[in-house]
Ligand binder design. Structure first.
Ligand SMILES: [Zn+2]
Length: 314
């Protein structure tokens, strides 16, 4: 009774995977597999509910077959899936980041039209690592310090986008830092120019500390768009490889980052970028290409936990 007929067994192993059929959908397996790890971390903790929700996240993917304009063939386009929207779900944070990036690429050209001569700086602001249990306190202090920074007479940006990243130190500490995009007056590169050491001095003053914080400033070449920086700015708050190292660290990260905001904008960019501060409603990417609604059929893929792969469902 329990024996599987040979032909059926062969069928199971020959079932094409999502990756077999669509190379560009390769990331799904990795993110969904990490979601299983994270769901296991939450199991038996005070976040049991997250464990269930992540477990059920995107178990079934419905793709439409649509003509591929570049290759002249067909490609798969996600049509529907159920997302859990738990903050640290690896699948959901990946989707969120994709949606934010798509939105940002659309908005940037509008900013250029309005501020054609302005220049862009990519600035990374850091402080010393802290204990993971002190993360919230440390972030509150950093956000306060950033506010002071933007109010300084010498603060050169008239608009900014700031994203918070927390990485895991090898010793289990937390390394919170800000990635910022600053829009500055063209005169910044003349009389208002700030040397690296002056940036450090200002950030130090706002933090009210006695050491020199590590700070990196890169200028985008004149006439160039900061679009290349968007992936760095709008990535996940904590990368998946850091989420899946240590259960205790991860649970504490969840407690410490509860309801913490990770993307913020200000100054003249606020009106353009404030949408990025919100959870995207759509995690599917319905309107990202404005493509015609040609529907050549659907393919469904189910998550196979043991194989760590999405496989085609008949
Ligand atoms: Zn999810």
């Amino acid at each position: 009774m329990t024996e599987i007929p040979v032909s059926a067994a062969a069928n199971i192993s020959n079932t094409p995977s999502l990756t077999d059929l669509s190379q560009r959908d390769k990331p799904w397996d990795k993110h969904r597999s990490n979601a299983d790890k994270v769901s296991n971390y939450y199991a038996g903790s005070e976040f049991q509910e997250y464990s269930h929700r992540i477990n059920d996240c995107s178990e079934l993917l419905d793709f439409r077959l649509v003509p591929d304009a570049d290759e002249g063939l067909m490609k798969l386009k996600l049509n529907s899936a159920k997302f859990c929207r738990v903050r640290h779900c690896p699948v959901c944070q990946w989707r969120r980041s994709l949606m934010w990036k798509a939105k940002a690429y659309k908005i940037l050209p509008k900013i250029f039209v309005e501020y054609p001569t302005y220049r862009w700086l990519f600035v990374t602001l850091t402080v010393h690592n802290c204990q993971i249990r002190d993360l919230r306190k440390t972030l509150d202090w950093m956000h306060e310090s950033f506010k002071r920074f933007t109010r300084l007479k010498d603060f050169p940006a008239i608009g900014w986008l700031k994203s918070t990243e927390v990485t895991r130190g090898k010793d289990g500490s937390a390394h919170p830092h800000f990635h910022c995009l600053f829009m500055v007056q063209p005169s910044y590169f003349g009389k208002n120019y700030l040397k690296q050491a002056e940036w450090v001095k200002l950030w130090k003053r706002c933090l009210r500390i006695d050491y020199n914080p590590v700070l990196d400033v890169q200028a985008i070449k004149k006439g160039n768009s900061p679009a290349s920086l968007i992936p760095e700015l709008l990535k996940y708050c904590t990368k998946e490889s850091d989420l899946t190292v240590d259960r205790e660290w991860f649970l504490e990260l969840t407690r410490q980052l509860h309801k913490a905001r990770t993307i913020a904008s200000g100054g003249v960019l606020k009106d353009f970028l404030k949408d990025l501060e919100k959870e995207p409603e759509d995690l599917i990417g319905k309107d990202d290409e404005g493509e015609e609604l040609v529907d050549e059929g659907h393919l469904y893929f189910g998550w196979k936990r043991r194989e760590k792969k999405y496989k085609l469902i008949d």
